[in-house]
Design a binder for this molecule. Structure first.
Ligand SMILES: NC(=O)c1ccc[n+]([C@@H]2O[C@H](COP(=O)([O-])OP(=O)(O)OC[C@H]3O[C@@H](n4cnc5c(N)ncnc54)[C@H](OP(=O)(O)O)[C@@H]3O)[C@@H](O)[C@H]2O)c1
Length: 245
């Protein structure tokens, strides 16, 4: 028996075109899942078909994209077994400098989009149940400079996930969170590009390095599979010890 078996499970990962989402999509595919991945633009998803991932264009800020895509998967496979809300954006704007457009973009992408996609999943599956993994951030748990709105949105994702875990538990849903620390993707380019910033950042991480996207796969396989069948409303933190200090 393989406790962590995900063979034949249908999984939708938002923001699978690059970074963490891409790594999870390829890892889950290799483990035998039927993987749907989204990117925000047509050119982001062109590579997916050659890899065996079904690519869909989805803007998580849209009021209709999630409902349409999850409905299509439900119709084709009978059920979407697991939804992974991974798409996200970050900035390093100081709190005093936020303009309305940027504020809305961060909140809509990192928080409202997660809620809306969870809601679309529930509306399609209702009492049939489901499994949701929301990708938050260690910055949703601890304070940091130049991350105010991002931190608030990611902290909101943790609180939202607990609330949905309780509200939908009787309908057979599990809702859990993965909180990555600093991971080596395009999102951390702004940190990596300056020597004095990266050395300062690494000095604050007990493991003294950035994580690799593939280091989030183990926790994801655990949450997608039945190995975590008695777990809901919880957060797995994968941050090289950053938040343990
Ligand atoms: N990297 C880190 O250090 C770190 C740490 C903690 C948490 N996280 C979280 O982990 C998740 C993935 O981060 P990452 O580092 O892999 O980021 P990334 O490399 O910048 O990739 C971001 C992904 O999100 C998609 N995306 C952005 N805006 C979107 C929108 N409006 N609608 C749909 N998709 C959209 C992008 O699609 P396109 O390719 O089409 O633009 C891309 O697939 C995010 O939620 C992030 O906040 C990352």
């Amino acid at each position: 028996m393989n406790l962590f078996d995900v063979k034949g499970k249908t999984v939708l990962i938002t923001g699978a075109s690059r970074g963490i989402g891409k790594s999870l999509a390829l890892g889950l595919l290799e483990a035998g899942a039927i993987v749907y991945g989204t990117g925000s633009r047509p050119e982001s998803i062109t590579w997916m078909s050659q890899s065996g991932i079904s690519g869909e264009v989805m803007d998580v800020r849209s009021e209709t994209d999630a409902f349409r895509i999850i409905g299509m998967i439900r119709e084709k496979h009978g059920k979407l077994d697991c939804l992974i809300n991974n798409a996200g954006i970050a900035t390093n704007t100081p709190a005093s400098g936020f303009k309305e457009v940027e504020l809305q973009d961060i909140v809509q992408t990192n928080y409202v989009g997660v809620f809306r996609t969870c809601q679309a999943y529930y509306k399609h599956h209702k009492k049939d149940g489901g499994n949701i993994i929301n990708v938050s951030s260690v910055l949703g748990m601890i304070g940091s400079k130049l991350a105010s709105v991002y931190s608030g949105a990611k902290g909101g994702v943790i609180a939202l996930s607990k609330a949905l875990a309780i509200e939908w538990c009787n309908s057979g849903y599990r809702v859990n969170v993965i909180c990555p620390g600093l991971i080596d993707t395009d999102m951390t380019d702004m940190i990596k590009s300056k020597d004095h910033i990266i050395s300062q950042v690494l000095a604050g991480i007990p493991m003294a390095r950035l994580g690799k996207p593939e280091e989030l796969l183990g926790a994801t396989l655990f949450l997608v599979s039945d190995a975590s069948s008695y777990m809901t409303g919880q957060t797995l933190v994968i941050d090289g010890g950053l938040s343990a200090q």
